[in-house]
Design a protein around this ligand. Structure first.
Ligand code: ADP
Ligand code: MG
Length: 249
């Protein structure tokens, strides 16, 4: 569905992504994890074509991402960032429906889809009239998720979607998110720096360091056959988050 072939990206002297190749497994949840600055967000932005690689090729659905294809590809990928990225001056409903309106969907079709999504993400319908600032952090992220899902994208990209939430709300939304992923059977790429979250969501875990993939595979493989000491050190350092029982870390 999404592949990166020898993709690299630098900012001045800073290597955000070293040449790396990655095939995102279809209809599974791939978790990108690694220390701060390891290139996780940059990888997501490359996948959705918000930035272009210095070298290498990103493909979506077998098609190279180019200026000619990126717009269409973006309509088939949903993207959620940590702070939600909602427009503050628009109601939640307007935020969710903006792109569908732009694409000329009928009012009936929009209303039906909004109702479906409100139900899916378990948002109280009266919240849709509110502006983002009048919603709680958890509600904002539910609205962001609705917006990302509005066009029923094939791929969902989530950049630390729970990172800004306090622990109880975070645990709540974690459970709902996983249920939603399972129900939708979508290809999901989720960024986190929290090992508990990686274990909770990830069919495949991709561990990054300094713009490179250190190891990828199921959590079990990282635990049992680490490719190098860094893998074990990274997991050990986060052991408390793995063992935390409330899932909030
Ligand atoms: P992560 O999401 O894993 O914390 P990022 O992908 O945001 O990491 O960043 C990877 C590296 O690239 C960091 O060193 C960061 O400073 C650098 N970087 C990312 N985006 C930019 C940018 N727009 N301008 C300059 N440097 C950037
Ligand atoms: Mg980041």
């Amino acid at each position: 569905m999404v592949t990166l072939d020898n993709v690299s990206k630098t900012y001045g002297q800073e290597t955000a992504v070293a040449p790396l190749s990655l095939t995102v497994a279809s209809e599974q949840t791939t978790v990108l994890i690694g220390p701060s600055g390891s290139g996780k967000s940059t990888l997501l932005r490359l996948m959705i074509g918000l930035i272009t690689p210095d070298a290498g090729q990103v493909t979506f659905d077998g098609q190279p991402l180019t200026p000619a294809t990126v717009q269409d590809a973006r309509h088939r990928m949903g993207y959620v960032i940590q702070e939600g990225g909602l427009f503050p001056h628009l109601s939640a409903r307007r935020n969710v429906t903006l792109l569908a309106r732009h694409l000329g969907w009928s009012e009936d079709r929009i209303a039906a889809r909004v109702e479906e999504l409100t139900d899916l993400v378990q948002l109280a319908p009266d919240r849709l009239a509110q502006r983002p600032d009048d919603l709680s952090g958890g509600q904002r992220q539910r609205v962001s998720l609705m917006r990302a899902l509005m066009l029923d994208p094939a791929v969902l990209l989530l950049d630390e979607p729970l990172g800004a939430l306090d622990p109880l709300i975070r645990a709540d939304l974690q459970g709902d998110l996983r249920a939603i992923f399972q129900e939708l059977q979508k290809t999901v790429v989720l960024v986190t720096h929290n090992m508990h979250e990686a274990a909770y969501f990830g069919d495949v875990i991709v561990l990054l360091r300094q713009g490179q993939i250190v190891q990828q595979g199921p959590l079990q493989a990282l635990l049992e056959t680490p490719s190098e000491p860094f893998v074990t050190a990274f997991i050990q350092a986060q052991r408390h988050t793995l063992l935390s029982s409330d899932g909030a870390a």
